[in-house]
Ligand binder design. Structure first.
Ligand code: NAP
Length: 221
């Protein structure tokens, strides 16, 4: 099984690489800096330098993965940005950073990844339950939430466009102990990623976009 992980220098992305490599799967994975690239190479992955927020860099992904025929592709790259309370305007710089990374980044790389998928592939993006509108009962972090709600929309349109070519899922990893999740988070990264790999593997062929927790439960859009 050939796997692509975008945004794999640390945290959840790096753990996806570690687990797929431990199973012997060939993995192509991306990082932005030399240290991240070295961690990927050390795990036996083919490492690509990629900043999804950089237009020129992101547009070069396609030729680097041309003809790869990935069975699984996962877009993990994301930032939380500075926390913004609801009804408080974000700074333009914070808005641009979060939206460029979490929304524009996937919109740039997904079309290129689509061209490099094997028939019947599985395509996942790392969303968050924070982006769920249907399940929302209290307001918080409205910029990050807006970015993940937008990412869910992007994933759904990708799924409807790809049709039977790929089963597509937006994943919530749980609250995970990474640099982003912090040390008090509920889940260790290995458990979260093992759960999400199971969800990805269990997707029905041609699944046209679902939103799932790391344990497989469906999350309302
Ligand atoms: N941890 C949680 O509790 C949690 C909960 C819900 C959703 N998520 C989502 O899960 C994903 C991974 O989170 P994490 O906890 O592993 O976060 P993390 O530890 O902060 O790692 C974020 C990863 O994204 C990469 N990245 C950030 N901006 C990028 C860009 N412009 N281009 C390419 N890569 C970029 C980072 O690379 P660098 O090392 O180069 O910065 C790093 O590899 C994110 O999308 C996040 O929103 C996490």
């Amino acid at each position: 099984m050939k796997v692509l992980v975008v945004g794999a220098s640390r945290g959840i992305g790096l753990e996806f690489v570690r687990q797929y490599r431990a199973d012997g799967d060939p993995v192509v994975a991306s990082a932005r800096d030399d240290a991240g690239l070295a961690r990927l190479t050390a795990l036996g992955a083919t490492a690509l330098r990629l900043d999804v927020a950089d237009a020129a860099g992101a547009s070069g992904l396609g030729w680097q993965i041309e003809g790869a025929a990935f069975d699984v592709a996962i877009v993990v790259a994301g930032i939380s940005g500075e926390r913004v309370a609801p009804m408080t305007p974000p700074t333009e710089a914070n808005f641009d950073a979060v939206m460029r990374t979490n929304v524009l980044g996937p919109m740039r790389v997904l079309p290129q990844i689509a061209e490099a998928l094997a028939p019947g592939a599985r395509l996942a993006v790392l969303s968050s339950v924070m982006g769920s509108i249907g399940g929302r009962t209290a307001a918080s972090s409205w910029l990050y939430r807006a970015s993940k709600a937008a990412l869910n929309s992007v994933l759904k349109d990708a799924a409807l466009t790809l049709g039977d070519r790929a089963a597509c899922v937006a994943l919530h990893p749980g609250w995970v102990r990474t640099d982003m999740g912090g040390p008090k988070a509920d889940l260790d990264v290995a458990t979260s990623v093992a759960g999400m790999r199971k969800v990805i593997a269990g997707l029905a062929a041609g699944e046209r976009g679902v939103f799932r927790n790391h344990d497989g439960t469906v999350i309302p859009w």
